[in-house]
Design a protein around this ligand. Structure first.
Ligand code: DSN
Length: 442
């Protein structure tokens, strides 16, 4: 990766890459949609498969010389089918958003009605937001979470489905900390004659490991990323029933894409193998245990997770009772080396730029080997940063880390800036105990 060839050809890019490696090594990656891909996955991404066009599908390409591309795509498909027990899978689709776009394109006519969770309640941009294709080309309707429990209210989804009569119902979220019941969604879809699409971009690893109910038996189409809890390359897949296979494939190519990224398809093959390997199920279970431990630590500090906790890999923390916005909190935490994102909470009174919440998650820190004990400590650090770190703190990550290391452990009586600096140093110490990519910096 960071080899001498790159450094010789392009020292500037090489240096930025080294800086990013150092950032990843010395900070806590707590954005729930991020993870550390394995060396094997990264090797496949940076391989000779990047050099060739392979438009078309196996045995039916538009360019010559694709024999190894057929082999690698077949391998990825075979493995994906073993992992997801699906009838058909498209492994060419570039991203989660394009997977959703291709699905809409395959199943809907322009102007058809859709029903999904809105982005301000936990859904995704591609689930009908008006600035996105899904809100511009289709008539998007939304179901909400319950105003008190913040859980999906399946009775309300049914009521809304009967009122809207959508052609497609979408189950899935980017910021929902609880189990999604795909069987109930299937029953609702059947009641109104709609397609059911499940977007499991976030929870895919949990699903693959049996730690979250599986949508494949219930949904007509399932879309997913491969780089979040699945820990593969930045990419996506679509699985579907056999009868929709040719429509989905045609929607991906030539519908919304041309040449596939075959180096990414190769890396998907690797990640599907890793998802069947010893330890993957336990890894996914540990993600959940870690998230619950983090939630417990934060609850003890007076924080309020939306729905009271989590069943999955993320927490949505409502900061309203802490008199701090999500943006301010995320910036402070970033300065302390705890990288998470601001997020709207259901029925948020603030804008998407400010927000009232943060959305910490545990897939990446679990990949580093951290357990409940470390999550408990991270929760305490988060609380201290949010409670005491606000005044006088630079929001520049890393600033003051050397100085803070020297004074680590002498925090009583320090001002808010030094609270952040001290915790930044303690975070770096913890990261050093759970190293990643040690061999990459040479
Ligand atoms: N950006 C992803 C997330 O963080 O949830 C969704 O696309």
């Amino acid at each position: 990766m960071l080899d001498s060839a790159l450094a010789q050809v392009d020292p500037e890019t090489s240096q930025i890459m080294r800086d990013e490696l150092e950032r990843q090594q010395t900070t806590l990656m707590m954005i729930p949609s991020e993870n550390y891909a394995s060396r094997a996955v990264m090797r496949a991404m940076g391989s000779v498969f990047t050099n060739k066009y392979a438009e078309g599908y196996i045995g039916n390409r538009y360019y010559n010389g694709c024999e190894n591309y057929d082999r690698i795509e077949s391998l990825a498909i075979e493995r994906a089918k073993e992992v997801f027990h699906c009838e058909h899978v498209n492994v060419q689709v570039h991203t989660g958003s394009q997977a959703n776009m291709a699905t809409y394109y395959a199943l809907l006519e322009l102007g058809d009605r859709t029903l999904a969770m809105s982005v301000d309640q936990g859904g995704h941009l591609t689930h009908g937001k008006k600035q996105n294709f899904s809100g511009q080309f289709y008539e998007a309707h939304f179901y909400s979470v319950d105003p008190d429990t913040h859980l999906i209210d399946y009775d309300q989804v049914l009521e809304k489905a009967k009122e809207v009569r959508p052609k497609l119902i979408l189950a899935g979220a980017s910021a929902y900390p609880r189990i999604i019941d795909f069987q109930i969604f299937r029953e609702i879809a059947d009641e109104v004659g709609a397609y059911l699409m499940a977007d499991i971009a976030h929870i895919v690893g949990l699903v693959a490991a049996g730690s979250h109910p599986d949508p494949v038996p219930y949904a007509d189409v399932v879309t997913s990323t491969t780089h979040k809890t699945l820990r593969g390359p930045r990419g996506a897949i679509i699985t579907c029933k056999q009868e929709l296979a040719s429509r989905i494939d045609a929607a991906v190519f030539p519908g919304v894409q041309a040449g596939p990224l075959m180096q990414i398809v190769a890396a998907k093959a690797v990640c599907f193998k890793e998802a069947q390997s010893f330890g993957f199920r336990e890894y996914q279970r540990q993600i959940i245990r870690n998230c619950q431990a983090l939630g417990q630590s934060l609850i003890e500090e007076g924080f309020e997770p939306v729905t009271g906790g989590t069943d999955n890999h993320l927490l949505l923390i409502d900061l309203t009772n802490k008199d701090i916005t999500g943006r301010e909190a995320a910036d402070l935490l970033d300065a302390a080396g705890i990288v998470c994102n601001k997020n709207l909470v259901p029925y948020d009174k603030r804008s998407a730029v400010e927000t009232s919440g943060i959305r910490p998650g545990t897939p990446a820190v679990t990949t580093r080997g951290m357990r409940e004990e470390q999550m408990y400590q991270i929760g305490k650090w988060m609380a201290e940063v949010i409670h005491k770190g606000r005044d006088g703190q630079s929001t520049m990550p890393f600033e003051g880390i050397e100085e803070a290391s020297a004074t680590s452990g002498t925090h009583e009586g320090h001002d808010s800036g030094s609270v952040v600096s001290r915790i930044r140093a303690e975070v770096a110490d913890l990261c050093a105990q759970f190293p990643i990519y040690l061999d990459l910096g040479d």
